[in-house]
Write a protein that binds this ligand. Structure first.
Ligand SMILES: *Cc1c(COP(=O)(O)O)cnc(C)c1O
Ligand SMILES: [Zn+2]
Length: 408
């Protein structure tokens, strides 16, 4: 790869060649892809981007870790909408508010960005089977993107995973194991199986290319805001791969000179499961926590990408905020009602954190903020119905209808 120099350990700084199936450093640290920004900045410019017909995540090819002749695999991922909401900005008391709706992706979550990358790298490396463990969305997106490219999958999810995600997995033909245990135990079982059978590994943190796929969400935000970086970007955090990817995308754009500063990241976790925010706030090593939240996608007691996530929060002068399940439910309704964006609980968590910070007066009045809705609400109908009320029933009778709505 001409654009990639090497992979570098985030813990001990050891360098490795960027082979398509590289995993972690011998020291156990996770690897980061190091680019040749000097050469990239000459070919990836505002002008060249404007002329590109490719409106998928692969339009930023120079900043992606694939060979020049590699054909991208998977579904049509990326170019999700960035909605501006004047109503919400006014309500929150900030200048501008944008919602990046990544539930718009083909399997309805931001994870498609990482899974399309994983399937592409697996094909590059000549594998025919990919495996992963996941709280649900990484799994369903991998199964969908792999199905599109004729690759077999072995997938491990905790049995608590919402039905929508299970339905996707079974429809996409994954070899699915619902593990009776926590996400941590699910990860451990997948690791044992992958070590034994040598499948391509799409586990968070183990695979250094996933956050490179996820960073395309930040590259798109830059382009959609005409290369003026927002002041804050709110992200919900589980394993930490997403927020690490968001940081990397802005860092890349900064290094090639397309934006002039990196936004401050708002790391949002659930009160019942916030190991990354605790480590940042208390400046202590990461400690495992219970997975005590209904926002299943961020119920990660032992985050695998914590090193990269913590660095992203600190380097961006970020803010950590924890939200209760009730605050997440309120944010789900708020986003849906005020912006027409129906997000799953973890997808609305970032907005819950943002609302909390605004209520506490922590953001400046002239701030421009992007909140990322990471997954679509239809993935978890059971919890959504509990959050709202049952519909009003009525016979085919106009009088009864009018009485029920207090009309006339
Ligand atoms: C995976 C996921 C997250 C968090 O991403 P991490 O990389 O685990 O931190 C947030 N929201 C949704 C909908 C997700 O699927
Ligand atoms: Zn190392």
């Amino acid at each position: 790869m001409r654009n990639v120099k090497y992979l570098k350990c985030t813990r001990c700084s050891r360098e490795y060649p960027a082979l398509p199936d590289m995993t972690t450093c011998d020291c156990g640290g996770i690897l980061d892809v190091v680019y040749d920004y000097d050469s990239i900045r000459t070919s990836l410019t505002k002008e060249t981007l404007r002329e590109r017909a490719d409106h998928t995540m692969w339009r930023y090819r120079e900043l992606l870790p694939i060979e020049e002749d590699t054909v991208p695999q998977g579904l049509r991922v990326g170019s999700s909408p960035l909605y501006e909401s004047e109503r919400i900005a006014e309500d929150l008391g900030i200048k501008k508010l944008y919602i990046k709706d990544d539930g718009f992706n083909p399997t309805s979550s931001l994870k498609d960005r990482a899974s399309a990358m994983a399937v592409t790298k697996a094909k590059e490396a000549g594998y025919s089977t990919i495996a992963c463990s996941s709280t649900g969305n990484a799994a369903s997106s991998l199964a969908g993107n792999a199905a599109a490219s004729g690759i077999k999958t072995y997938i491990f999810v905790p049995s608590r995973a919402p039905k929508g995600k299970i339905a996707q997995l079974l429809m996409f033909g994954a070899n699915l194991t619902a593990v009776d245990g926590s996400y941590e135990e699910t990860f451990e079982l997948s690791k044992k199986a992958i070590d034994k059978y040598g499948w391509y590994n799409r586990n968070a943190a183990v695979n250094p290319y996933l956050s490179e796929g996820k960073k395309t969400v930040a590259l798109e935000i830059c382009e959609q805001l005409d290369f003026i970086a927002p002041d804050f970007v709110a992200v919900s955090v589980g394993d930490g791969c997403t927020i690490a990817g968001v940081y990397k995308g802005f860092y890349d754009m900064y290094r090639i000179g397309l934006i002039d500063r990196i936004p401050r990241l708002i790391s949002v976790q659930a009160e019942g499961c916030c190991p990354i925010n605790t480590a940042v706030k208390e400046n202590t090593p990461l400690r495992a926590q219970e997975e005590n939240t209904f926002a299943d996608s961020i119920a990660v007691g032992v985050p695998r990408n914590a090193d990269k996530a913590i660095k992203a929060i600190k380097d961006s002068d970020g803010i950590c905020v924890n939200v209760s399940d009730d605050e997440i439910r309120e944010a789900q309704k708020y986003l849906a009602k005020n912006a027409g964006v129906f997000a799953e609980p973890a997808g609305a968590a970032a907005t819950a954190g943002l609302r909390k910070l605004c209520r506490e007066g922590k953001l400046e009045k002239d701030a421009t903020v992007v909140t990322i809705a990471t997954g679509n609400g239809l993935k978890d109908i059971d919890s959504a119905i509990k959050t709202v009320s049952e519909p009003i029933h009525c016979k085919n009778d106009l009088k009864e209808f009018e009485e029920k709505f207090g009309l006339k």
